[in-house]
Design a protein around this ligand. Sequence first.
Ligand code: MCA
Ligand code: AMP
Length: 512
Amino acid sequence: MYDGNHLAHRLAAAGAPDKVFATQPARPDITYAALFEGAERIAGVLAGAGLAAGDRVAVQVEKSIEALQLYLGTVMAGGVFLPLNTAYTGAEVDYFLTDATPRVVVCDPAREAEIAPLAGNARLFTLGADGSGTLSQAAEAREPGFEAAARGADDLAAILYTSGTTGRSKGAMLSHANLSSNSEVLRDFWRFTPDDVLIHALPIFHTHGLFVATNVALLSGCALHFLPKFDADAILDAMPGATALMGVPTFYTRLLDDPRLTRERAASMRLFISGSAPLLAATHEAWEARTGHRILERYGMTETNMNTSNPHDGERRAGTVGVPLPGVKLRIMDGDREVAQGEIGVIEVRGPNVFQGYWQMPEKTAEELRPDGWFITGDQGFIDADGYVTIVGRAKDMVISGGFNVYPKEVETEIDAIDGISESAVVGVPHPDLGEAVIAAVVRADARLTADDIAAALENRLARFKQPKAIRFLPELPRNTMGKVQKAALRADYADLFDRSDRGSTQPGRGK
Ligand code: MCA
Ligand code: AMP
């Protein structure tokens, strides 16, 4: 039934119909057959709403099996899935909907009144965390069965927005084959089989939780412990009997804080995978000492899916992101020159995983994607004599907070727009829980303005994870002789703002 649809055909092939696809707290188990039957009904609803091949389906909903079915149903109907972080404010969502002009928008029932005016001519449905809402009502009213729309390897399957160094977010266009090829490689590289039970506690609006975790599970026909979000208790409860966990480094540091994480509890586990942000070598070592397992670290991007991974069978080297995945080529560049082995430069990648460009931004695409297919990642690293890649920094001015990316420019623009502010500089500093935390150095024109005033002004403008965890007022920003703000100096000045030795004191307050 899905033969002509490149991605749907592959995602549906491995799971045995009667096998449980997902167990979830407080909701019934769901089989592979039920997963796809529900997805077919949703595909029918989307087609009935006028969705044509290539039309976008913008989705800002809580994590649920129905949300996964909406992803699958969109692909089946020939649409382009556009997931949005649930933390985004109305102002942020407005930008995405205006830019992507979706045919269908799906939002949480609690935000319907706020999102409806932003949806324009799109058809609006609601979907709640418990699966309720107008989407499910429409789906239940349909007969099961749907003839998947014909879509080929190069047709778009998804657009995921990623923030820009300058200006607004860019929509990374991912084709059916971008997604299928990468997930197939990961399934094989990480040895996923139907016997696996993967603990899924990541959000499903980003590459990590949606494409790495979900697609790999579907392509291997394995089972999920499908948790609504990260919760150390729920993960530790799920661990006995499970075989794999995928998470950002904050997952691992938080689990290490819990004395119930033991070698015995992890006895059935075969694989702990970390990515999206740098994993400290110290975390890697502490994890091995506690559980006997060496965390497998991998490296990816929204634009490329996964690029490198430490090996399943070979040596997993702490502090490295492993070797290029099969089919992915990686080189280290200084401008247009490839540097010698061992030298630091900008990482570029090429392969079937690399995206199709940024949605309606040909100039931005041309800046980062070379005509011969090499993508300039903006990450800096080197390759050692054994082919292992180490990431040493980012050419792009980006903060990764708990696995979410924040571009300082976006935060600075919002702060600078507040009355009484002269200028601001936003940087990331070490944070014991989140890896890095966003902080702002601010110069006031109006001395009466307080940090709380700034926080209040940002409240409805920026997603919470982008809002500064601390605000410091300065008489002027440090600048070099060229007049450029010295962010490195700010990072150094505030490096100890969040005490690394006391994991509890992560809230130094916004003031002074
Ligand atoms: C939540 N908060 C945060 C973050 N998450 N603040 C900064 N950074 C964050 N990441 C804030 C909330 O707004 C709230 O603020 C307070 O923290 C508690 O919220 P809560 O929802 O309870 O947070 P949590 O459950 O503790 O979440 C922390 C988390 C979560 C588990 C680290 O952020 C998470 O699941 N991160 C994973 C992100 C991810 O999937 N990244 C992959 C991107 P207040 O109290 O003030 O209201 S894909 C990618 O990067 C590439 C492609 C790759 O390689 O994978
Ligand atoms: P995103 O905007 O979600 O596409 O984030 C991609 C970025 O996350 C990459 O360009 C890297 O800077 C970073 N990243 C992902 N995985 C790792 C990792 N294992 N180590 C260090 N940085 C990583």
